[in-house]
Design a protein. Structure first.
Length: 164
């Protein structure tokens, strides 16, 4: 009852955020059940708030305007995302060994689908710019942190970059 009440109250202003918070609470209770601290998960069976999917298309002018004020790093990531339609996780997990003579080989993290983006002049140029970006350390990833690891959402937020 309390979880449903929380969703109702919190959902008036932020229904999606309320669903995420319920999911986190459910995970906490699942772990507590695993550890023998509680016997049940009060989040089970509580219906989530309905969410509306986004369907707004970013115009070419908007894309160009953001790219112009972004730094080289973000502009390059934006172009690679635009050319490949890859998710941010797949872009930041892109290893140098996946860039082959044939093109860019990807196995999507979410779906497991394997793709090969064959070379044309534009992707070649974007990858060349990505490789030319200042690299604080030699890593295995096209875009890597100072530790040579792929960027995480937390790494990007600490740099002042927020992705959705």
């Amino acid at each position: 009852m309390h979880v449903a009440q929380y969703l109702d109250v919190r959902g008036k202003k932020a229904p999606v955020r309320a669903n995420l918070e319920k999911s986190l609470l459910s995970h906490v209770f699942s772990m507590a059940m695993r550890w023998g601290v509680v016997d049940s998960n009060p989040c089970r069976g509580v219906a989530r708030n309905t969410e509306k999917g986004r369907d707004r298309y970013i115009t070419d002018a908007e894309f160009t305007a953001v790219k112009q004020i972004a730094g080289d790093f973000i502009a390059t990531v934006m172009e690679l995302a635009y050319l490949t339609a890859l998710r941010k996780g797949d872009i930041f997990a892109l290893r140098l060994e996946q860039i082959t003579a044939e093109g860019i080989y990807i196995k999507q993290g979410k779906t497991g689908i394997k793709q090969l983006f064959e070379w044309t002049p534009t992707p070649k140029e974007v990858i060349a710019r990505a490789r030319a970006l200042p690299r604080p350390i030699r890593g295995l990833y096209l875009f890597c942190t100072t530790r040579g690891q792929p960027y995480t959402v937390l790494d990007l937020r600490q740099c002042g970059i927020a992705f959705r």
